[in-house]
Design a protein around this ligand. Sequence first.
Ligand code: ZN
Length: 343
Amino acid sequence: MTTKLFNTAIAGSLPKPAWLSETNKLWPQWKAEGNELIQAKADATLLWIKAQEDAGLDVIGDGEQSRQHFVHGFLEQVDGIDFAHKVKMGIRNNRYDAMVPQVVSTLKLKGRVHATEAKLLRAHTARKIKFTLPGPMTIVDTVSDQFYGDKIAMAMAFAELLNQEALALQADGVDIIQFDEPAFNVYMKEAADWGVRALEVAARGLTCTTAVHICYGYGIKANDDWKKTLGDQWRQYEEVLPALATSSIDQVSLECYQSHVPPHLMALLAGKDVMVGVIDVASDVIETPEQILETIGRALEYVPKNRLIPCTNCGLAPMSREIAIQKLNALGLGAALARERYA
Ligand code: ZN
């Protein structure tokens, strides 16, 4: 038996249907409440499971349909955080402003965070399932601290809570737990100094596959403007990947297609599985299978074929649902073409 090459996955988020929440927004308002909202989230999750399976993807996610935002969805289940009094804060090194909750006392989980979605996912697909959680450093960059007074101490406190939920997700049958750390690409030195260490605390004791996603952000204007300032070669990964290469994390998700990341930086991840971004989330243009094949071909110069996972550059949350479905289909077709070529 030969192992299937180029197993496909998405980075994490998918657009929410118009009946669940506002669309094309990073922090959309829900359109229902109470039990009706719970049911609507589950319905949306089911339709995205189906869409991912129909596209031929190998690793299935919940599309983050049950959380308003990838960071705040987790924080809503944490005691010690004041959501009633959000404050405006510049995040990702002041790249854009966000309304963020405040940390006001010792952090503690209120209970399970994502049990419902994980169990739903496990019950409705026989394929591998991946669950995403925000990474400690990115959480720290998306809340206002009025209590710890020390970034690293607060990151480690969040890492303990993430670890608690991650272990429970593993027990729910999740195959891959991914931590999202876009902040690694912004605070590279701190990421290498303590961000990776905090990540390993979050992943401590997990026997399932562990992953980290590091990106240049969603396809929103603030990120597009930022990317224009980064020059011809985006070398942020160069400072962080060596620390990840020696870490306990199994897989690393990176941007590739339409980015200015020099592909040779992927060589810094020897020994890791690499989720290579072959789908651009900052453009509505649908990738052709040939374009995806070409991106995979370029990555294969630095990543062994049995370690290459074609993926999206980032989440698709702020995109239109129709475009996202076409992008998922493109990902499936491109990977199939690569399997034929490199079998
Ligand atoms: Zn991302």
